[in-house]
Design a protein around this ligand. Sequence first.
Ligand SMILES: NC(=O)c1ccc[n+]([C@@H]2O[C@H](COP(=O)([O-])OP(=O)(O)OC[C@H]3O[C@@H](n4cnc5c(N)ncnc54)[C@H](OP(=O)(O)O)[C@@H]3O)[C@@H](O)[C@H]2O)c1
Length: 340
Amino acid sequence: MADILLNEVNPDLVPKRRLPNGDEMPAIGLGTFGNDSVDAQTIADAVYDAAMSGYRHFDCAAVYGNEKEIGCALQKVMAAGIKREDLWITSKLWNDKHKDSDVVPAFRQSLDDLQLDYLDLYLIHWPFPNFHPPHCDVTSRSKDAMPYIHDDYMRIWRHLERLVRIGLVRHIGTSNMTIPKLQLLLRDAEIKPAVNEMELHPHFQQPELFKFVTDNGIIPIAYSPVGSPARPERDRTPEDTVDIEDPVIIEIASKYNIHPATLAVKWSQQRGSVPIPFSVKRRNYLANLQSVISEPLTAEEMSRIAAIDKNCRLIKGQVFLWKDGQEWIDLWDLNGEITK
Ligand SMILES: NC(=O)c1ccc[n+]([C@@H]2O[C@H](COP(=O)([O-])OP(=O)(O)OC[C@H]3O[C@@H](n4cnc5c(N)ncnc54)[C@H](OP(=O)(O)O)[C@@H]3O)[C@@H](O)[C@H]2O)c1
């Protein structure tokens, strides 16, 4: 198995998702959030090697604190002959840059740090202006924390639409949104979101939101597709379940002679989302890339995995709550209404 997994992948063979303007997004990307534990240079080195091994899609964000290092890695990638137009680079606006005067400078900072003259995709990372310091614990709250305010979100969205019109970004999208919030955005946007980046893994399949976004022509990007086994302590609770220890996942993975994590990535891509698994281990990120070009899962295997959903959200977002006495579920509009 090791020899097969260590082979590079021809990027032309990697499935793509076509966007309305004809652009093609590689249907798997490499995550770049080190979960507060992997350093920036190690992640940048993985980006370089992953690109040399067949990855073309990289999920970045200002708050991951490594866009400068990744920018240097991307320069090396292009110096080695991979064309800019063959790469798909995403970045995200962090929650502390939601003010009118901050949006465009924050975007330009990411562009400068990544050493690029345009981005393929720019996302609003969370629909709240609430943020937390790196390495904080679960009780941390920003002092001016606010609920979702649609007019404020639309003000940011208008800046993003202008960035598309002047050619600095090709597509814009959302992250950590809910159906009622997306309904308002779809009603008011001049440029519709191309993607919604959302938590998706076998134990958290979000079938209703998944259907809503795909029915509206929005591509679901699956974050934490493996179930984020290395997530920070603030994102762990005793009730959390472990996808890669699920007997169904283990059994199907062993049939294909792959790690349960790789199976979770393979399932995610075959289901119709674009997984962005994180790893800095060559063997693992190559296995994930290999998985999307190898023999597909059977319909029966897809159904068996669909049946192990446990509605187990891992990235609950407690640090973004805005008033005392709230529960993390208040962030997710579970009754179909935006929480005030
Ligand atoms: N938009 C958002 O709000 C948001 C939120 C969270 C994450 N994200 C994005 O999504 C990316 C991925 O999410 P994540 O890092 O939370 O979780 P993840 O990708 O589900 O899990 C990453 C972990 O899985 C392990 N892993 C990956 N592939 C493996 C393989 N083939 N075999 C064995 N282990 C494997 C990695 O371990 P090793 O390092 O040992 O390989 C790593 O610890 C992030 O990096 C970030 O880009 C976005």
